[in-house]
Write a protein that binds this ligand. Structure first.
Ligand code: KIV
Length: 280
């Protein structure tokens, strides 16, 4: 497998080869995803809801993101590694934003950063790009700034909002982003944006016409139960049940003295054992 670069991703669009993106927050999962040949691994701020048990992606901090990004870096050899800039790490101040983007690259060894669209996104993106840091944009449903009443639903269903999203996409491309995540928009709209842009679009809940697809890994593995599953999530496994089964078997065997067996234990010479038995 070859190292995936920004150029690889752009070439894939030119040759109409679908791009794959999954999230990772830990070393073991990052290694599996990397070894499976996924193009882009995103250390997503979805770590908040999925790994840390928090209500909102707004609650994860820059330090926590770096901690996870460093662990993921250790497991990734080939995929392009993107660090997701958390809430308030880039919205408050342009120079803070640049500093935090540099931390993802310098401290965690990421290859690029991702920013969700917000009012001052162009200004912030420009300053990060000027420093030579590749940026992945994110439009449509943008959980960090979406308001609870109105934001957490499909975006761009009417022509006015759809036009805004097309303008955001064109503006971000004009600034020099290398790819754009489009979350939760009608498939027709994502298709129009994909056709208009030279850089690849990566859809999550944005239909079949994007240049690539993203999913949150814990969702597609079926690891988290008891939460409403968005329509766009396909579960490729039921890891929750697999883990529960294994944990249940372990409990059963320990409680019935069936684990550990001799083969799981360490031995010592009989005469040495006898000395201790005699002494104690
Ligand atoms: O944090 C995340 O997992 C994301 C994906 C929805 C792309 O931003």
């Amino acid at each position: 497998m070859n190292k995936v670069t920004i150029e690889t991703i752009i070439e894939k669009k030119r040759h109409k080869i679908p791009i794959t993106l999954l999230t990772a927050y830990s070393f073991p999962l990052a290694s599996i995803i990397d070894n499976s040949g996924i193009d882009i691994i995103l250390v997503g701020d979805s770590v908040a809801n999925t790994e840390l048990g928090l209500e909102s992606t707004r609650s994860v901090t820059m330090c926590e993101m770096l901690h996870h990004a460093k662990a993921v870096r250790r497991g990734v050899r080939n995929a392009l590694l993107v660090g997701d800039m958390p809430y308030e790490s880039y919205q408050l101040d342009v120079s803070d934003a640049l500093n935090n983007a540099k931390r993802f690259m310098g401290e965690a060894g990421c290859d690029a950063v991702k920013l969700e669209w917000f009012q001052k996104c162009p200004e912030v993106t420009e300053s990060i790009l000027k420093a030579g840091i590749p940026v992945m944009g994110h439009i449509g449903l943008t959980p960090q700034t979406a308001d609870k009443a109105d934001g957490f639903k499909v975006q761009g269903k009417d022509a006015e909002r759809a036009s805004q999203l097309i303008e955001q996409a064109l503006l971000m491309e004009g600034l020099g982003i290398f790819s754009l995540v489009i979350e939760c928009v009608p498939d027709i709209l994502a298709g129009i944006i994909t056709k208009k842009l030279k850089v690849p679009t990566i859809g999550i809940g944005a239909g079949r016409d994007c240049d690539g697809q993203a999913l949150v890994t814990y969702d597609m593995l079926g690891l988290i139960k008891g939460r409403k599953k968005p329509k766009f999530v396909k579960e490729y496994a039921d890891i929750y049940s697999e883990i529960k089964k294994a944990v249940g078997m372990y409990k059963e065997e320990v409680e019935h003295n069936l684990f550990p067996l001799r083969e799981h234990s360490y031995s010592m010479k009989e005469e040495e054992a006898q000395k201790i038995i005699d002494n104690f």
